[in-house]
Ligand binder design. Structure first.
Ligand SMILES: Nc1ncnc2c1ncn2[C@@H]1O[C@H](COP(=O)(O)OP(=O)(O)OP(=O)(O)O)[C@@H](O)[C@H]1O
Length: 430
């Protein structure tokens, strides 16, 4: 539908804000333009809409150069929701939405409103849940409500292509998802094509069919979604430490950011683990929440945990929130704490007369995959020493809060060392 070809231009002829940008937005698809502040996202839209002059290259809209469309023709095909939501006059919500019908009224002698216009306005207000705002003055609305009104205006225009500059600006999470779900619905049901500037990488990853990443006026990557391999690229573009991991429920990747403050913060204690023993329980408390993997009887898989509470079965003690529960019978739990290659590690083990249970926590930062592999290798070590029927619970955990610059090589050496340590400690447990 929209083919942008070697587009360059901006505000200063000598220094164009956008250089040689090419991308395609297929009909009925959702293309997200991403990039840090000042990278040229809005400028691309301004160039496409003829607000500022193109210095070279251009764009085809349904095969015709976009600058050959008259403004009314263009407005019947494309609507734009820009960042500026300051409307000068004191219009009501309905009047603002009705402005979206102007391209259809422009050619009529008295610009009169038709039944189709009224229906389109009504439908757009219904879709954006604005029925009850109909008579309210636009200027009396909150930033988020104004944004919804402007989206309704853009939808009343019944475009084939909708261009949105940060459509979820000012919106809370409920309204953000509502707007994007609506766009997705229109994309599916009406074959609407969407080109949106989004700042939230995770929202873009969930909703967009294609992502275009801009840096300093250049489009440096177009992809169908983020991959684990994009971490380095995103770190450079956003100059921020971040990590990419799978969404817990969807086949989409999500980006999580690491605050600088914590990365450089100094250690306050020598170990991130503290152990308190009371008469019928043993409480292991973590400095900050650890990423844990609990497998076996009652294990609840991957979680963020604040600690582990080992309770004697007969005590029925209440386990605090975000604590792993570990029940044990009369036998005692052995707890070994050691520094391995400068990282504090703690191993808890017990033999309940039938099964061997192990919990291993380390402050070395590991990924979810590392935790899974670690639990597999602990299971294997245990199976070398004890019959399969004795395999009880396994819990492994890692501290990602003080993530230091650990290389893959350091991780490999650490994991090897850890496995040897665990194997040595679980011998003669019975
Ligand atoms: N009206 C203007 N006059 C001169 N330079 C401008 C103007 N608007 C933007 N620029 C410059 O053009 C470059 C690209 O700006 P643009 O607004 O396209 O970035 P953006 O990616 O949309 O940023 P943001 O995420 O902050 O909205 C920036 O260096 C900016 O300073």
């Amino acid at each position: 539908m929209l083919h942008v070809q070697n587009l360059s231009g901006g505000y200063d002829k000598k220094h164009p804000a956008v250089h040689d940008v090419s991308f395609q937005v297929e009909k009925g698809s959702f293309f997200a333009l991403l990039g840090p502040n000042g990278s040229g996202k809005t400028t691309i839209i301004r160039l496409l809409m003829g607000v500022i002059p193109i210095s070279s290259g251009g764009a085809l809209l349904d095969g015709k150069p976009i600058d050959r469309y008259s403004s009314v023709e263009l407005a019947q095909k494309v609507s734009v929701l820009s960042q500026e939501n300051q409307m000068g006059l004191d219009f009501t919500v309905e009047e603002i939405v009705a402005l979206g019908r102007y391209p259809y009224q422009a050619k009529r002698l008295f610009h009169e409103e038709s039944e189709t216009d009224r229906e389109a306005v009504k439908e757009a207000m219904k879709l954006t849940h604005l029925d009850s705002y109909k008579s309210k003055p636009f200027i009396s609305l909150s930033g988020g409500e104004k944004q919804r009104v402007l989206l309704a205006k853009a939808l009343a225009q019944e475009p084939e292509l909708i261009i949105l500059d940060e459509p979820t600006n000012h919106l809370d999470i409920k309204h953000t998802l509502e707007i994007l779900d609506l766009l997705k619905k229109l994309q599916k049901e009406k074959n609407l094509t969407v080109l949106a500037i989004l700042h939230d990488l995770n929202i873009a990853s969930i909703y967009a069919d294609a992502l275009g990443m801009l840096k300093q006026g250049k489009l440096i990557q177009i992809s169908e979604g983020f991959l684990k391999n994009d971490e380095e690229l995103l770190r450079k573009v956003y100059e921020t430490d971040l990590h990419i991991a799978a969404h817990p429920e969807m086949a989409k990747m999500q980006v999580s950011f690491m605050p600088r403050q914590q990365i450089t913060s100094k250690r306050v204690s020598t170990s991130p683990f503290s152990v308190n023993e009371e008469k019928d329980r043993l409480i292991l408390q973590f400095d900050s929440q650890l990423r844990t993997l609990a497998l076996g009887k009652d294990g609840d898989g991957l979680a963020w945990s604040a600690g582990m509470m080992c309770t004697n079965i007969i005590s029925n003690a209440e386990v605090p929130e975000h604590y792993i529960r570990w029940e044990y019978p009369e036998s005692s739990i052995e707890c070994i704490q050691e520094d391995l290659l400068g990282s504090s590690c703690i191993l808890m083990k017990h033999w309940d007369g039938a099964e061997v249970h192990l919990a291993l926590f380390t402050e070395f930062p590991l990924s979810d995959i590392d935790l899974m592999n670690l639990s597999i290798s602990i299971t294997e070590s245990r199976m070398k020493l004890y019959p399969v029927s004795m395999t009880g619970r396994i819990v492994v955990g890692t501290d990602r809060s003080k993530r230091k610059n650990k290389t893959d090589e350091m991780k490999k050496v650490f994991l090897e060392e850890l496995k040897i340590w665990v194997l040595a400690k679980v011998q003669n447990l019975r």
